[in-house]
Design a protein around this ligand. Structure first.
Ligand SMILES: C[S@@+](CC[C@H](N)C(=O)[O-])C[C@H]1O[C@@H](n2cnc3c(N)ncnc32)[C@H](O)[C@@H]1O
Length: 398
């Protein structure tokens, strides 16, 4: 899962529990999810009015045994994720903090960490336990403490039951390779990753675009400490800075590529336009902004929207549904990107297919967004991403 010195040392009993939770998650997201869909198609769909939406599907499904069983197992499995990883992390907390201190005091360390004294974390991150994660991303248990980064990584490994790959970077690997394949003339020299958390996907962009300088920013100090120590343990040259994506410290036109993954749906709707305007500002003309996200409601069937919205109702994800309700081309336009320069792609999973099959799949015509696999945690997932090219005053290169 992780390279030393951050590797979590589980007891035999904890390993057994971890295996159980991971298998349970796979059963829920692959098997039970299919049964839920089958129940809807067989017993509910025909009863709903022709103008059905995600909320009417939820109202029709929420008292059915299939939905109650699925939901109670999902909530329980979410709690179990933390119960399984927390004791081992607490035992190793001092070692993790030492790894962070070693990084800070080693001038030859490949990764760099920049935290800011008195930094103000937005309440949207600090005021609730996002996806039921006790402590959210920001709880600190002492000096140099990276606990919440460790919790995020180790719980992600269990919760995604192999779909994110051994380095938990399938989103970054798949989308970075796709961009390199699709736009071969586009060779970004400076890349900025917004809301990078523990830096899994930040690292993938560094690997694919080997010559680029890659910087990850986040508001959460414990996650950034962990990200930097994790990158250093892998010999990856990455820079992590504490910063709010709503007001970046970088000058205008200082990046070729601004990316994010699974970030915008955790940002309040009033702040999203500010984040996109900042992305536009720091991009050079000819540069690209690209966000991997949940597919929007207006591009999915009512059933698939209902399925994805589950987290917004039951998993402490307060901005999930408001994000999914946004019109993405309009959002990019309001941030300064021209309508003609809007891009969106549905990208096959590198981990699921392996190098040869992935290349074949990625070279095919774009997948439809509404495929039942887009943005859905399950075996065979495909990643949705959207954004825009920043125009030159005259024309573009790509
Ligand atoms: C779901 S996580 C992102 C996961 C990560 N990008 C990955 O690929 O593994 C959301 C992250 O966004 C960060 N965040 C939330 N609001 C932010 C803001 N305004 N500026 C920067 N980071 C923010 C949180 O601290 C959290 O680490």
């Amino acid at each position: 899962m992780t390279a030393s010195p951050l590797k979590l040392r589980l007891t035999l009993a904890e390993r057994a529990r971890a295996g159980f939770v991971s298998t349970l998650r796979k059963q829920i997201f692959d098997g039970l999810a299919s049964s839920l869909r089958a129940d809807y198609q067989r017993n509910v769909a025909s009863r709903l009015a022709p103008r059905v939406d995600a909320e009417s599907v939820r109202q029709a499904m929420r008292h059915r045994d299939s939905f109650k069983f699925y939901s109670s197992l999902r909530v329980t499995s979410q709690d179990l994720l933390y119960q399984v990883v927390r004791p081992a992390i607490e035992r190793q907390r001092a070692d993790f903090a030492t790894a962070v201190r070693d990084l800070a005091s080693d001038p030859r360390a490949p990764a760099t960490l920049v935290l800011k004294e008195g930094f103000k974390v937005p309440r949207s991150v600090s005021a609730l336990d996002i996806h039921l994660m006790p402590g959210s991303y920001v709880e600190e248990y002492g000096e140099d403490d990276p606990t919440m980064g460790a919790v995020y990584e180790n719980r992600l490994a269990l919760s995604t039951f192999g779909v994110f790959g051994p380095e938990l970077d399938d989103i970054g690997q798949s989308i970075a390779r796709f961009i390199a394949l699709k736009y071969p003339k586009f060779r970004p020299r400076r890349i900025l990753d917004l809301g990078c958390t523990a830096g899994h996907n930040t690292a993938a962009w560094r690997q694919v675009f080997g010559k680029a300088e890659v910087i990850g920013i986040d508001v959460a100090a414990p996650c950034l400490r962990y990200a930097a120590a994790r990158a250093a343990a892998r010999g990856l040259e990455l820079r992590f800075e504490q910063m709010n994506a709503e007001s970046l410290d970088y000058p205008d036109a200082s990046f070729d590529l601004v990316i994010s993954s699974m970030f915008l749906h955790e940002v309040p709707p009033r702040a999203i336009p500010r984040v996109l305007r900042e992305a536009h500002r720091v991009l050079r003309p000819g540069g690209l902004m690209l966000h991997m996200e949940l597919p929007p409601a207006d591009q999915l069937s009512a059933y698939d929207s209902f399925y994805l919205d589950w987290d917004g109702h039951y998993n402490n994800e307060p901005y999930y549904r408001s994000f999914r309700a946004m019109n993405l081309p309009k959002l990019c336009e309001s941030a300064g990107f021209s309508a003609a320069d809007y891009v969106q792609h549905v990208v096959p999973s590198w981990t699921a297919l392996g190098a040869r099959r992935w290349r074949e799949a990625a070279c095919e015509a774009d997948y439809a967004v509404d495929s039942g696999q887009t943005g859905r945690l399950a075996s065979g997932v495909r990643w949705f991403c959207f954004g825009g090219w920043k125009s030159f005053a005259s024309g573009k290169t790509r």
